[in-house]
Design a protein around this ligand. Structure first.
Ligand code: ATP
Length: 520
């Protein structure tokens, strides 16, 4: 069997295939599509909702249920408006925007500059590929990257641009951000024009109103992050759960941001879901916990087997107003390395601010030191939809088979697959559907399984390949004689004869979170 990865040589084509496959197979639809859709808002279909739930569960298992000192929370989306004053979002949750005067298109100024750097990075990758070809097996990538003059020049250019951008943003020097765009001669990607307006700040929060009458209505925001729901409940959970520092509170839920430019499918949405954990620690221990959580989170990603080379850390040059250290785990999406998860050392900023604005103490009494303090916080924050895109785009492959046909297969990590097995009677007669149904009824207690009796069995296999089902169980005439079935593996396409009574154990070995998470 010859394998090639879908669109591997052309990431743009691959990304197009990802979007169309997600729609065609019931994973992701544009919101309100019959009304021509709503920009950057998406709905998850019958298979997408299962994949999304499985990613959420995999995170919850690792973060909450496998850590005795981390507990869950489900805070409301609406919060008292002072929350957002205290957290700094009213004053500082801004992105720098710039308009092109000719095309009238709006962009995030920092993203235009980052995309410029990504193009230089592509040049480095090209140099690496060329050298790889030239030197063959003797090629040492690390040595090449650290000694080749041209590559070093490119890298220096990227570093100095990003450093300057970081500094200008930190000091709110928007004139310098514009100057940088002009100096680099960055053109509008849509029109090629370099006729830019000044850079302005744009607040990303969505406002709404609570209350029936116009006079008494209260201005509210849709939460732009789930984290603040955790901070305002810090004492409730600590006291009622008798939690001792260090301990964490985790939650998953919707967040809303009025993104300036929302593109790249579900990578940047206006309504999205976050999976966040705030870990409360003793002041002074943040450096140790920062390293701990960077390491733990990367291991969680690697446990899914999506290739170590597809992840990298990016340390922030520009720190948010609340942070004393921050890094992103970046993933190689079809459009390049981009942020998938953030790990932030948030100091005591949030709790102290809420103390100030609410006039209530949010402190922990440490029996060892016999004193009260405002805990420091280490945050891990990942977008569920971005994780969905990472998993989905990495799993979608096209393979050329021995008989020269092509199969499209979604090689999802089995623990995340919407259905773990499909049960297929070979024909719709001779009592085979009844046996298949009884296998289905038994297995569905333990796994999400699906039944399919339409079309030739080969076509049914392909349908399951396309939605990522790791196993197909075929009931045939031999089943009537000896209670065995064929078990076909999605990835190898190998079929083996197994006893019906062994199915549960065999499937479980491949799909249980226990076996996947153990790799952490
Ligand atoms: P970016 O720089 O891409 O705008 P961010 O640094 O603002 O992201 P955080 O505020 O750290 O993101 O949010 C934590 C996580 O939430 C991100 O790592 C990302 O996975 C996810 N996320 C943030 N904004 C969006 C969005 N608009 N759509 C989908 N996921 C998002």
């Amino acid at each position: 069997m010859v394998f090639y990865f879908c669109g591997m040589n052309n990431p743009e084509d691959h990304f197009k295939k990802v979007i169309s496959h997600a729609k065609e197979y019931g994973f992701v639809f544009q919101s309100s599509e019959i009304y021509d859709g709503l920009s950057a808002v998406y709905d998850y279909g019958q298979n997408g909702v299962e994949l999304k739930k499985n990613i959420r569960d995999y995170w919850w298992k690792a973060m909450v249920q496998m850590n005795r000192n981390i507990v869950g929370l489900d805070a409301a989306i609406f919060m008292h408006p002072t929350t957002w004053k205290a957290s700094g979002h009213v004053d500082a949750f801004n992105d720098p925007l710039i308009d092109n005067k000719d095309s009238k298109k709006r962009y995030r100024a920092d993203v235009l500059i980052e995309d410029y750097c990504a193009k230089i990075e592509q040049k480095i990758e090209k140099e690496v590929k060329k050298a790889q070809k030239r030197f063959g097996d003797a090629f040492n990538k690390d040595e090449f990257l650290s000694t080749n003059g041209r590559v070093l020049g490119y890298q220096q250019k990227i570093d100095s641009i990003l450093k300057r951008l970081g500094k200008s943003l930190e000091h709110e020097d928007l004139a310098d951000v514009k100057a940088l765009i002009e100096e680099l001669e960055i053109a509008d990607p849509a029109s090629g024009s370099r006729n830019w307006t000044d850079v302005k700040q744009f607040n990303l929060m969505f406002g709404t109103k609570l209350g029936a009458s116009a006079e008494n209505a209260m201005d509210l925001y849709l939460r732009p992050e789930t984290a603040q729901g955790i901070f305002v409940n810090f004492l409730n959970v600590q006291k009622t759960g008798r939690m001792k520092i260090p301990f964490g509170i985790a939650q998953t839920g919707k967040a809303f941001r009025n993104e300036i430019v929302a593109r790249q499918f579900i990578f940047r949405m206006r309504e999205f879901e976050q999976m966040e954990m705030q870990f409360f620690i003793k002041p002074g221990t943040q450096a140790k916990w920062y390293e701990h959580w960077k390491d733990a989170r990367l291991k969680w990603h690697l446990s899914l087997g999506m290739g170590q080379e597809n992840y990298r850390f990016h340390d922030h040059e520009k720190l948010a107003h609340y942070a004393d250290a921050a890094a992103d785990i970046e993933f190689k999406f079809p459009f390049g390395f981009k942020e998938l998860e953030g790990i932030h050392s948030r100091t005591d900023f949030d709790l102290s601010q809420h103390e100030l604005h609410a006039g209530k103490k949010l402190q922990f009494f440490d029996p060892e030191d016999n004193k009260n303090y405002v805990p420091y916080v280490l945050e891990t924050s990942i977008g569920l939809d971005r994780m969905f895109l990472a998993v989905f785009s990495n799993s979608l492959k096209e393979e050329i088979l021995d008989n020269n046909t092509t199969r499209t297969v979604l090689k999802l990590p089995a623990v995340l697959a919407p259905y773990k097995a499909a049960i297929l009677p070979l024909v719709k007669k001779d009592g085979l559907p009844e046996i298949a149904q009884s296998i289905l009824k038994d297995l569905q207690w333990d796994f999400n399984v699906i039944y399919d009796e339409k079309d030739a069995v080969g076509r049914r296999y392909r349908r399951q390949d396309a939605i990522g089902t790791p196993f197909c169980i075929t009931v045939d005439h031999q089943t009537l004689d000896n209670q065995t079935v064929t078990l076909r593996s999605r990835d190898t396409m190998i079929q083996e004869r197994v006893a019906v009574s062994d199915l549960k154990h065999l499937i479980d070995t491949h799909v249980s979170a226990r076996n996947w998470l153990k790799k952490c």
